[in-house]
Design a protein around this ligand. Structure first.
Ligand SMILES: CC1(C)S[C@@H]2[C@H](NC(=O)CCCC[C@H](NC(=O)C[NH3+])C(=O)[O-])C(=O)N2[C@H]1C(=O)[O-]
Length: 344
């Protein structure tokens, strides 16, 4: 059962361990029933040595997928799209199988190949090739559709960025506006998220932000990967945000402030991923050791690891971050911040 409060002593130890394993900086911000805990270790910038703070803006990667899913569920609420209708009804001829529905796409059950697997092997050379590139959605879909479907539509969970590129295409087709406008008008402005921006196709982060340092595959050398368009991700991972905003967003989501109750119910219909994880619509569920389940999303952009999760009632939220990537040891360590936050 959940405990009195977050174990901030253990949390700080975990962040320090991440530094010893190669992260230049790591932080966690917990919003717990109105009380805020700020924990930050290390630097935001390896050359200036500026200390990392929980107020630093960051590239949040696939946490963007939850914002994209919220916009689509709002369009479902407005009767403009149906979850169990074929994607090809709205985007004629886009997908090779008309049996792929909007729900399949939002729950990673479409079978669409994840083009990131092609782009980023090898990791650094792949990143350098695309870091300043601007892709169209069509180009990203061509990369995905160059490979066969990985499973029959709806048959099983297989994570793919391509799904949320399709989601972005659906939003732009239905609203007749760029996704940036949808994020701004439907989420960022209503929640007053001061640190959240969809800057694509710009390759810089506005305001005070952490630099990101991806790790090279073999040498473990750190490469400053801060400057990038993240055009390979866009509606699948292009948002810049901050801990205060992500905690507010995830809490507002589960408290029904962003969609109808019916829409939230759809987001919470789970496809099992493994024994402790499940995926809803643009949303992850993590089942923790103390029997608590938390909802949110993780993000991996070159140089930026993010976790953004909240309790079922949205009263306790945490955003954890490390300014490195391609380092599975750091990833596993910072992943433990969820246990310290929610199991204490
Ligand atoms: C499912 C994930 C983990 S991967 C997916 C998306 N990020 C990407 O697809 C980028 C992957 C390349 C990142 C790069 N890795 C390599 O190049 C490896 N060869 C690195 O670590 O810097 C995101 O964000 N999601 C995470 C998520 O949803 O948590």
């Amino acid at each position: 059962a959940p405990t009195a409060g977050p174990d901030t002593t253990e949390l700080r130890k975990t962040l320090r361990t991440a530094l010893s394993q190669g992260a230049p900086g790591a932080f966690a911000r917990i919003d717990d029933n109105g009380k805020v805990h700020h924990l930050a270790e290390g630097v935001a910038d390896r050359s200036t040595k500026r200390a990392l703070g929980t107020g630093d803006r960051i590239r949040v990667g696939s946490v963007t997928k939850t914002f994209t899913a919220v916009v689509l569920l709002q369009l479902v609420d407005e009767g403009k799209i149906k979850l169990d209708t074929s994607v090809n009804t709205y985007l004629p001829g886009l997908l090779p199988d008309k049996k792929i529905t909007v729900r399949h796409v939002l729950s990673h059950r479409s079978g669409l190949y994840d083009y990131a697997n092609t782009l980023f092997s090898p990791s650094v050379a792949g990143f350098e090739k695309v870091r300043n590139k601007v892709f169209t959605y069509r180009q990203l879909m061509d990369l995905s559709l160059a490979e066969p479907l990985t499973n029959k539509p709806g048959a099983s969970y297989a994570y793919s960025n391509a799904n949320f590129v399709v989601a972005g295409m659906l939003i732009e087709k239905i609203t007749k506006k760029p996704v940036a406008t949808a994020y701004q008008d439907r989420v960022i402005k209503p929640l007053k998220l001061a640190d959240t921006f969809y800057v694509h196709p710009k390759n810089t982060i506005p305001g005070t932000h952490s630099r990101g340092y991806m790790t090279a595959d073999s040498t473990g050398k750190k490469i400053d990967s801060t400057q990038q368009t993240t055009s390979w991700a866009q509606s699948a991972g292009g948002l810049v945000s901050g801990a205060k905003d992500l905690n507010k967003f995830m809490s507002a989501l589960v408290q029904g402030k962003l969609t109808s109750a019916a829409g939230l119910k759809e987001m919470l219909k789970w496809t099992p991923v493994n024994s402790t994880q499940a995926y809803g619509l643009g949303l992850r569920r993590r089942d923790l050791s103390c029997g608590v389940s938390v909802y949110g999303h993780t993000g991996t952009v070159q140089g930026y690891y993010t976790w953004a999760f909240t309790s079922k009632n949205g009263k306790r939220s945490v955003t954890s971050f490390a300014n490195t990537s391609n380092n599975s040891t750091v990833y596993a360590t910072v992943n433990r911040t969820l246990e310290s936050t929610f199991c204490g």
